[in-house]
Design a protein. Structure first.
Length: 108
């Protein structure tokens, strides 16, 4: 897999295993932020503007969560955390290992 330059991205790959409870697997870019009470929280980054507007409050650089997306029979999108990576290539390789297919990478 090629090295990816943009650190703010999302990736998705369809799960073709008919026996799995997961419809697909995704990589979401997240960042840890300071909250006003002195603690921290983790939030998904949805766009470059989203990150730039909140960058002053970030504890560290963005990183990646790999999640499984359950089949949505009742229209509610539920996910399950699988792993965390600080390197996008490692996260992409896990999606490839899970699905056997090259994931679709979307950069912000």
């Amino acid at each position: 897999m090629l090295n990816k330059e943009n650190r703010l991205c999302k990736a998705r790959v369809k799960n073709k295993n008919p026996f799995s409870k997961f419809d697909s697997f995704e990589i979401v870019t997240v960042c840890e932020y300071n909250d006003k009470d002195g603690g921290t929280y983790i939030s998904e980054i949805y766009s470059i503007d989203d990150y730039v507007n909140n960058e002053y409050n970030a504890c560290d650089d963005p990183y990646y969560h790999v999640v499984g997306v359950y089949h949505s029979y009742n229209q509610s999108r539920k996910t399950k955390f699988i792993s965390e990576f600080y390197d996008i290539d490692q996260a992409l390789n896990l999606l490839l290992d899970l699905s056997g297919e090259e994931p679709l990478l979307i950069s912000y």
